[in-house]
Write a protein that binds this ligand. Structure first.
Ligand SMILES: *Cc1c(COP(=O)(O)O)cnc(C)c1O
Length: 399
């Protein structure tokens, strides 16, 4: 029997994120004929509105999949076995994507991970400059590395590719950054960008998206990689049945419609600004706690800290015991360390359907749990977060 837990769950893992009530109720619908014009219109409108979120005039495809599933889409639609790809490593997610590429028969070259920072554009440029005969067909770049909380400057990566005079496609994992960070697919010269439903898009897991620009679509048309379920060509036709290569996930599409309605009503730029505000509040609290010496930001460079998640390093204490206590005693879920960062960090997810009181509640409870676990923290994290929020709202009023 599940034990009774009063109050709401405070979900601060960096995915899945809170599903708003309006999205949940939109999905509470009977099954229907997916050939109905109303459903087709709704599914199409979602793909069109996703273009606004991605900021692209390209094509958006959707898949019944999670992030790992959609990782495979560019690997089989844009690349052929034996092709080389460059995967700049930055943490567990970029490493897992590189492993997947290898399993699919691609030649994977990497730049080494520095888990305290984002991907270094210079390392990408040097690697491409060395590739004189242009064997590297694509650069697979994770925008926000959810394991370390570092956000890579995609404009700088584009510049690195251009400075090297290299024709490789730029393929981006925007799973933790779409509808969270400023994202300008066409403006930044991104050829293909991936996302999944359960992060910034505030949906249950199960839907994933790939946006492709013209160059990537052209490559997809001539690509010889054997594929069927993930084949984009197959998913372009008229019947709604083929948009998902089979029965569409009806209720999820209605949920997505409601989620996009929320994003568009708030405004994409406002959604991004809200994430920045809340992330600043979290960072103010972590900085305050860290003054006692036991905690520090996993991502050392301030300008690279992501607005989706903050990874906090713990010296002289057990982050997993703290997370367990926070969860069991207070119904607060925090993320744990991944890969090499296992048992070394905890992660505060601050993306999706969140507002100031939710963030302040999560920070207050984290501070409590840290203290209860005997991890040395400078008190006053919540006051620091309040001060950060106040400054921002004062600035907004002036602006
Ligand atoms: C969450 C995440 C993934 C994996 O998504 P799943 O839906 O769990 O498969 C991949 N990349 C990044 C950057 C993520 O944050």
């Amino acid at each position: 029997m599940m034990s009774h837990r009063p109050g709401r769950i405070f979900l601060h893992t960096p995915g899945p994120t809170n599903v708003p009530d309006s999205v949940l109720s939109a999905m509470h619908r009977p099954a229907e004929d997916f050939a109905s014009p109303e459903f087709a219109r709704t599914a199409r409108s979602c793909l069109d509105d996703l273009k606004t979120v991605y900021r692209t005039d390209g094509e958006v495809f959707s898949f019944i999949a999670n992030g790992h599933g959609v990782w495979e889409v560019p690997l089989v639609n844009l690349l052929e076995p034996g092709d080389s790809v460059l995967v700049p490593l930055a943490g567990r997610f970029s490493a897992a994507w590189a492993e997947m590429a290898e399993h699919l028969g691609l030649e994977v070259v990497t730049t080494p991970a520095d888990l305290t920072r984002a991907i270094a554009p210079d390392a990408v440029r040097e690697m491409l400059e060395r590739d004189r005969d242009h064997a590297i067909r694509a650069v697979l770049c994770v925008h926000t590395e959810t394991a370390s909380g570092a956000r890579t400057d995609l404009r700088a990566i584009r510049r690195a590719i251009d400075d090297a005079g290299h024709p490789a496609l730029l393929v981006v994992d925007a799973i933790a950054s779409l509808a969270v960070e400023t994202f300008d697919m066409d403006g930044w010269g991104i050829d293909c960008a991936l996302s999944a439903s359960q992060k910034g898009l505030m949906m249950p897991p199960g839907l994933a998206f790939a946006a492709l620009g013209r160059r990537a679509m052209e490559r997809a048309q001539t690509c010889n990689h054997p594929r069927r379920y993930w084949d984009l060509q197959f998913r372009r036709g008229d019947p709604t049945y083929m948009w998902f290569h089979g029965t569409p996930p009806l209720q999820q599409v209605w949920g997505l419609r409601a989620a996009l309605d929320r994003i568009l009503a708030e405004g994409v730029d406002e959604v991004i600004a809200r994430h920045r505000r809340l992330a600043d509040a979290v960072r103010a609290a972590v900085a305050r706690w860290s003054a006692a010496g036991a905690l520090s930001f996993q991502c050392r460079n301030e300008t690279e800290r992501a607005n989706a998640v903050t990874a906090v390093r713990v010296e002289g204490g057990d982050p997993d015991a703290m997370r367990k206590l926070a969860h069991e005693r207070y119904n607060l879920s925090l993320g744990g360390g991944l890969g090499e960062l296992e048992h070394r960090v905890f992660r505060i997810g601050h993306l999706g359907d969140l507002n100031e009181p939710m963030i302040l509640g999560a920070l207050a409870t984290t501070e409590l749990a840290l203290q209860e676990c005997g991890i040395a923290v400078q008190p006053g994290g919540v006051e620091a977060a309040i001060a950060a929020l106040r400054t921002q709202h004062d600035n907004r009023r002036v602006a």
